[in-house]
Design a protein around this ligand. Structure first.
Ligand code: PNS
Length: 162
């Protein structure tokens, strides 16, 4: 069984993330999308909301499951018998940090990292930018799934933009 992990914050999941998850699901027997629980960084969406959204938007991919994790990614991979981490690379600017993490992770535990070039349609898409655009009423429908667009609208309608 070849099992890969797609880790990230997914606050919220974008079409760029989804493209990587979808393509990974064709390469591996099973893909675990692992949402990082980061105690030092309060997100817009709770971990439960991110998981619920991810489950909904990946429900067409039967070999993809969604979980959360805390601690080291390499420990999570070991505990879940996953041999590979898949990371999307949007641009050269992603590469330095991703390479450093990949080298650290292989040094720590032998887990391999596979870099997957992001679909150029989404090479400039980042969750942080999407949130900022949505906060000020901008159009985000081409960057995120419809469900995420709706949830963003609800969040910012409830919270106001102050
Ligand atoms: O979506 P993000 O925020 O870019 O994802 C970053 C993530 C979750 C992949 C990365 O922060 C991570 O792997 N965190 C787990 C902690 C860890 O293993 N740190 C050591 C990395 S060498």
């Amino acid at each position: 069984m070849r099992r890969a992990v797609c880790p990230g914050s997914f606050d919220p999941v974008t079409r760029g993330h989804l493209d990587i998850i979808d393509r990974s699901s064709r390469l591996f027997d099973e893909v675990i999308v692992a949402v990082l629980v980061n105690q030092t960084k309060q997100g817009l969406f709770s971990i439960e909301e991110r998981i619920e959204i991810l489950r909904e938007v990946t429900k067409n991919l039967p070999n993809v499951r969604i979980e959360s994790f805390r601690g080291l990614l390499v420990d999570y991979c070991r505990d879940n018998d996953a041999q590979v981490v898949v990371k999307g690379i949007r641009a050269v600017s992603d590469f330095d940090y991703e390479l450093q993490m990949a080298q650290m992770n292989i040094g720590l535990s032998g887990v391999e990292t596979l870099f997957m070039p992001t679909n150029p349609l989404y090479s400039f898409v980042a969750s942080s930018l999407v949130k900022e655009i949505a906060k000020w009423g901008g159009e985000v429908s081409s960057f995120v799934p419809e469900l995420v667009e709706r949830r963003l609208l609800e969040k910012y309608r409830d919270a106001g933009t102050d």
